[in-house]
Design a protein around this ligand. Structure first.
Ligand code: HSE
Length: 345
């Protein structure tokens, strides 16, 4: 079945998604009957193109990689539409909102989501802004317009978390979710154990592409805070905002702290946690000393991990990539396939 897509934003995630759509084209058609057609791409910096017959993804990727404007693509129907004009006129089934994350305001991504959902188009996004700040509103808008608001990639990129709990662990009640939700800080803490200084390792995390454009969001815990808010709201039925949750990052952790933890058989980790206790939910992001024998203590480098405490299954832990071009592109594909299965079903 054909599925028309519009991509708002053509940075690393949009390009990663297109690489996957090209390399998996036959498999997606044969195994799942999923035939995506990208009809519009609109990026604030790289330009905007629209063609109802579908855009040539190889050429778009070539242009983006060469730092050239997408509007150099020949033979398309329209050029130069901004994001909201694209959403209003492209006629896509699903809008992939892949613009930059602003954790404090959620904009401009939230307005893109409102416009698409208000028109009955599905939204798939890995953008933490709208999901952390306006989940309830956007979910209700989607339901009212018979559309889907899908956000798997906002937590641990394509490592299944939200869909895992909703689909595969369905029937369990979750009393706690606890884990490592930020790759940059876990990489920094891991490297500091080898004696390297904080500033030097942060610079390397930026070079390796784990860190947010403004790494303050990583090291002050705001990125993990956005993910904790999303987990509480999506999986535990809460209606929290990041302001409701105490948050401390890793900026005050010194090499002495790291060595002291080692002497006590422990290791520092930036932990995001949500617990249901006595009918109330407590959430927090903070550096914590974890005993070395705990499963989360062995998660090193940029890897993320989450433990779900389930009433029927006990503790279930998943670990995997929490960032990356292909990994986050893949999170968009998993949500697209979920929408596709729903349409077919
Ligand atoms: N900056 C984030 C991290 C990227 O380091 O985990 C994924 O949200």
């Amino acid at each position: 079945m054909e599925h028309k897509l519009a991509l708002i934003g053509f940075g690393t995630v949009g390009q990663g998604l297109c690489e996957i759509l090209l390399s998996k084209k036959e498999l997606l058609r044969k195994e799942y009957g999923f035939e995506p057609r990208v009809v519009a791409v609109s990026d604030m910096l790289k330009g905007s193109v629209y063609d109802p017959d579908g855009l040539e993804l190889e050429k778009l990727l070539e242009l983006a990689k060469a730092g050239r404007s997408l509007e150099e693509l020949d033979g398309v129907k329209e050029k130069g539409w901004d994001a909201l004009t694209t959403i209003a006129n492209c006629g896509a089934d699903t809008v992939c909102e892949l613009s930059y994350t602003d954790i404090k305001t959620g904009q401009p991504a939230t307005d893109h989501c409102r416009a698409a959902l208000g028109q009955g188009m599905n939204i798939v996004t890995s953008n933490k802004g709208p999901a952390a700040l306006f989940y309830r509103e956007l979910q209700e808008l989607a339901a009212k317009n018979h559309a889907r608001f899908m956000i798997e990639g906002t937590v641990m990129s394509g490592t299944p978390v939200l869909n895992l709990v909703r689909n595969t662990l369905a029937g369990n009640e979750i009393s706690a979710i606890r884990g490592i939700l930020n790759g940059t800080t876990n990489f920094i803490l891991s490297q500091m154990e080898t004696g390297r200084e904080y500033e030097e390792v942060l610079a390397e995390a930026q070079k390796l592409g784990y860190a947010e454009a403004d790494p303050t969001a990583d090291v002050e815990g705001l990125d993990a805070l956005a993910k904790v808010t999303i987990l509480a709201n999506v999986l535990m039925g809460e209606n929290l905002t990041p302001d409701d949750i105490p948050c401390r990052g890793i900026t005050r952790i010194t090499l002495d702290d790291i060595n002291q933890a080692r002497n006590e058989g422990k290791r520092w980790k930036l932990i995001g946690e949500i617990r249901r206790e006595g009918g109330k939910v407590h959430a927090e992001v903070a550096p914590m000393m974890i005993p070395l024998e705990h499963p989360l203590a062995g998660v090193m480098g940029a890897t993320n991990a989450l433990t779900f405490s389930c009433d029927l299954m006990g503790d279930v832990t998943i670990n995997g990539p929490g960032a990356g071009r292909i990994e986050t592109g893949y999170s968009i594909l998993t949500d697209l396939l979920e929408i596709h299965r729903g349409k077919e079903g």
